[in-house]
Ligand binder design. Structure first.
Ligand code: CO
Length: 139
């Protein structure tokens, strides 16, 4: 079973500009320092909320998974939502058993929170790309 909603991923050409835009439009935001995640091909900037996070992501490198998304949505847009699961391997196997399509080679990768993640094809979830992440320690 999926757990807590952890974050909403928003693709943007520039995480700093987008964070500044959110601050301008919504008032003060608790934004963290941006960092590169070369294995995932993205630069990430988290905005902390009382009950979760926004994950601003911009392409990094030539084979970024969000380059195509931004080609279709040049100004950026909502890219994925992420739920926590207690055990990523168990969750992956259960998803496959239920007929879901796990993206990539099916092996979890280390995501922006330093814990393993997988992505589920949007066709399995009403057109929404879903990220499942192993619950961080201490939750
Ligand atoms: Co994410």
């Amino acid at each position: 079973m999926i757990g807590r909603l952890n974050h909403v991923g928003i693709a943007t050409p520039d995480v700093e500009k987008e964070a500044a835009n959110w601050a301008r439009i919504y008032g003060a935001i608790d934004a963290e320092a941006a960092f590169d995640l070369p294995e995932q091909g993205v630069r990430v900037k988290f905005v902390n909320l009382p009950n979760g996070q926004l994950e601003l992501i911009q392409p990094l490198g030539d084979n970024s998974p969000i380059t195509k998304f931004l080609a279709k949505n040049p100004a950026g847009g909502q890219h994925h939502i992420c739920f926590e699961v207690p055990d990523i391997i168990e969750a992956r196997d259960a998803m496959i058993e239920r007929g879901a399509k796990v993206l990539g080679n099916g092996e979890p990768r280390i995501g922006a929170h330093g814990v393993p993640v997988i992505f589920i094809h949007p066709a399995n979830s009403g057109g929404v790309l879903v990220e499942l992440m192993q619950e961080p320690e201490g939750h």
